[in-house]
Design a protein around this ligand. Structure first.
Ligand code: ADP
Length: 497
């Protein structure tokens, strides 16, 4: 018998809860001022099955204001904790993330769709940000400045900026949160986080662990609900001093405009359109491996995914052949199944976009080498695709696809490909493969992007500054630079000495 929708809806939450070692990690409430707040309202569904996993509250401006004001009160005491006290609490949070990594990964795959092995990887790097910033908490140094006056001494101290609003996307429901929240807390700031509506359960599990780690009430609040009104409160409430956002360029621009009302400092991690270049002198096997990782990780749904692949004439055919062979062999399915390396896309709009990009490229003369259509599994499953002979002016080379589509474009020489790479309003990540040391330096310096991967398709790590140039955003996350967003420099002159 086919279960009714209502029966399925009932089954969903209990099924995920039953599979968790700690069922208390599946929360259906927001966390404000140290209290779990309901009522559950909108459904969070599993993109692989369509089944409801849980319901979370639908808060709007009022709920957000309450959370901001709780964070404002908590800031008074949290900022006065010593660096070591804050560091110890963050360290404890990190240890709990590690201890619960399997549950966190299962929640993540269930709400987002990525294969469990990738979800475990994300939880690990999510934890690594917390560990790193627990360490950095004790290294927020100021400076003394040689004085221009004999009677004065000058110094610059760093102080926490204040209450921070954070808005995160669905593609990395765990690590995008810790990458913002842990430097904020380390610096002495307090946070109100609004996770993506598609994937709030990872955020709620993370804050449940933060509560257990001893993060005091009001220091880290998580609210789910109406993104527009919450974003507006972040941009306009006088207590909020910094708004950190990861998501689309479109929404980033809305926030940039709104933030002018309250002159908020902004951190924006927006869209990319990463070029991936394979020169004739590249190690082809390595380039194919790099392209697989860069393009197909998270089903192509990362802002640093290779979006347009440029291959030079001498290796073009070999590269396309080897890449397609690997792509055609990928196992697709529910991310919790053994051996699956490609899950469903987040929703049907994602499927529409990839189809639009394929149709446009094919209309301009591209060939489908492998994939090219919706997968037999239905829903938002899509066959990982390789297109050859893609024209450089195709839609796919101008817009981020955010899906498992590798368009391979021909190029002649170094100058030609650098010009194509830089002919974009975006500048987040770029990648290239070459074994010529002179070329490596020339191209790395010429590419207009915040990050460059040379002979690698995977560059994200907690110890390096992540961020973009041009319309890809403002500021950096991760590394010691990631702390800069959350501190203000105060200059003090002590005169009359
Ligand atoms: P994506 O394409 O990844 O869904 P979005 O930019 O639409 O990117 O969403 C990223 C985050 O921004 C999500 O948490 C979403 O709810 C939130 N968001 C969407 N629209 C707005 C808005 N107008 N103001 C504030 N946040 C928004």
């Amino acid at each position: 018998m086919i279960p009714t929708a209502a029966a399925q809806a009932k089954q969903g939450p209990s099924m995920l809860r039953d599979r968790l070692q700690d069922p208390a990690l599946l929360r259906e409430a927001c966390y404000i001022d140290g209290t779990w707040v309901g009522p559950p309202s909108f459904s969070v569904n599993n993109p692989a099955t369509g089944m409801e996993l849980a319901k979370v509250p639908q808060l709007s401006a009022d709920g957000c204001t309450r959370a901001v004001e709780a964070a404002e009160r908590a800031f008074l005491t949290w900022a006065k904790h010593t660096a070591k006290q804050r560091s110890n609490i963050l360290r404890k949070w990190y240890e709990l993330i590690v201890a619960n990594r399997e549950d966190l990964a299962l929640i993540l795959t269930s709400e987002q769709g990525k294969p469990l092995s990738e979800a475990l990887g994300e939880v690990d790097i999510g934890g690594a940000y917390v560990e790193f910033f627990a360490e950095e908490a004790r290294r927020i140094y100021g400076e003394t400045i040689p004085s221009p006056r004999p009677d004065a001494r000058l110094l610059a101290i760093k102080q926490p900026i204040g209450v921070c609003g954070a808005i995160t996307p669905w593609n990395f429901p765990n690590s995008m949160i810790t990458r913002k929240v842990s430097p904020a807390l380390a610096a002495g700031c307090t946070v109100v986080l609004k996770p993506a509506s598609e994937t709030p359960l990872s955020a709620l599990a993370l804050v449940a662990l933060a509560e257990k780690a001893g993060v005091p009430k009001g220091v880290f609040n998580v609210i789910t609900g109406d993104s527009r009104s919450i974003g507006k409160v972040f941009c306009e409430h006088p207590a909020v001093r910094f708004v950190g956002f990861t998501g689309s360029t479109e929404v980033g621009k809305i926030l940039y405009r709104q933030a002018s009302v309250g002159v908020k400092k902004l951190g924006l991690e927006l869209g990319g359109n990463a070029p991936f270049v394979v020169f004739d002198d590249a190690d082809i096997e390595a380039a194919v491996e790099g392209a697989m990782v860069s393009k197909y990780r998270n089903m192509g749904q990362t802002c640093v995914c290779a979006n347009r692949i440029y291959a030079q004439a001498g290796i073009y055919d070999e590269f396309v052949r080897k890449l397609s062979k690997k792509v055609a062999a990928m196992k697709i399915g529910d991310g919790t199944e053994q051996g699956v390396v490609q899950g469903p896309l987040i929703n049907m709009e994602a499927v529409d976009k990839i189809e639009r990009h394929i149709a446009d490229a094919v209309e301009r003369g591209a060939k489908v080498v492998t994939g090219g259509k919706r997968h037999a599994l239905g829903r938002s499953f899509f066959e990982p695709t390789v297109l050859a002979d893609v024209r450089p002016d195709s839609l796919v080379s101008q817009e981020e696809t955010f899906g498992p589509l590798a368009p391979v474009i021909h190029f002649k020489d170094e100058a030609d490909v650098i010009a194509m790479c830089n002919a974009s309003p975006f500048g987040l990540a770029s990648y290239f493969y070459s074994r010529d040391l002179g070329r490596v330096w020339r191209v790395a310096e010429a590419l207009e992007s915040g990050m460059v991967g040379v002979n690698t398709g995977l560059i994200t790590t907690e110890v390096a500054p992540f961020g973009g140039v041009k319309e890809s955003g403002l500021g950096r996350e991760g590394s010691r630079h990631g702390m800069e967003e959350y501190v203000e420099i105060k200059y003090v002159m002590m005169a009359g000495l």
